[in-house]
Design a protein around this ligand. Sequence first.
Ligand code: UD1
Length: 418
Amino acid sequence: MDCFEITGPNRLAGRIRAAGAKNAALPALAATLLTEGSVELSGLPLVRDIRTMTRLLEHLGTRVETVGGTLRLTPSGAPVTDNAEYDLVKTMRASILVLGPLVTRFGHARVSLPGGCAIGVRPIDQHLAGLEALGAEVTLEHGYVTARTDRLVGNRFRFAGQSVTGTENLLMAACLARGTTVLENCACEPEVVDLARLLVAMGAQIDGAGQGRIEIQGVDHLGSAKHRVISDRIEGGTFLIGAAITGGDVVLEHACAADLAPLLEVLESAGCTVETRSDTVRVAATEPLRSRSIETAPHPGFPTDLQAQYMALMSQAEGRSSVHETVFENRFQHAPELVRMGAAIQVDGGYAWIEGPTPLSGAHVMATDLRASACLVLAGLVADGVTTVHRIYHLDRGYEGMEEKLRSLGARVERTSE
Ligand code: UD1
């Protein structure tokens, strides 16, 4: 297993390019199951979750070819198997995204209940209730979801709570259902909008993506399309927090300031200089950081996927701040690791209180999920001495060449094998 050795303190300065969004690329890959043609996807990040999803698609009979920096995916006319097995699915919760496309296109699907980040109980009840509302017969057995239908039929379905992949799964399923589907209380994340853009390019009829109510007029077939995924606001946001925490100055290229707005507003209020241009965002730490409390929420609220990184930042800000995690329970596993490095953090249920600034000192640390690992890397950048972040495979799920990007900004980071 690999780990990162970070020798601090560091100051991040320079320009880097945001990678393509992992969470937009995963549903885009799943959507290729809906068509009889080929779909060319570009801008996909080179991260492990994407390789896992392409392996899953290959297992389902899709031909995957690399043409320059583009992936061309051509699904088989009938699936070689409708079975998304545990071994392929266990490392990545987003594997559930193949359920909707498989059942709506082929009338049957069998998908292992997903694994993924250990951030609390993460049910998929809304995905299943939505498919049932469209007429699928859904059963849960031996750790697998099985869904069957002659053909899905459009219906009205209201999500009990907003779910990003739940919205994406049902959006894809509804594209080939007979008649009109109305989805209510949908997730409004930019990645949902990006998926809808791809589906429309494939011939789907979708109205309202990015809003709470999405209306889909089912069609009989979807065709070929070319699509470039949006840039990764979470990866980019992590580097911008990196600029803020290290007293640095980073320009993020290929960035969408509107998608990053919930973070940028807080960084500005915490004392950072924030400049946005057409596709660049600059964050510079020009004065001492002030503590600012946040509450995570579905988009356009503060993203839960930046909560851990933000907590590291607040350990270096003047005063007391709170972080209220409302999207997931049990998403504070980074807090005790930060405390081991010298941070003053108290956790109570969904709240964490951070007293800053506290000097951090290098230590051996380990995280059990993707974004918590990123938080520990950021803490390691400002800590005095060597921080060893273990189990970097979590980070590799979602960050493309993180150590190279950090080094290009001046950080002393090495990847080593344990
Ligand atoms: C997606 C993102 C993930 C991000 C999360 C929230 C992808 C591949 N992953 O995950 O990085 O952290 O959105 O922004 O896009 N829930 C239910 N029942 C369901 C579905 C969800 O109760 O059927 C709950 C979850 O337990 C959680 C909340 O709803 O508390 C939000 O989860 P959801 O939006 O579904 O997260 P994901 O789509 O898995």
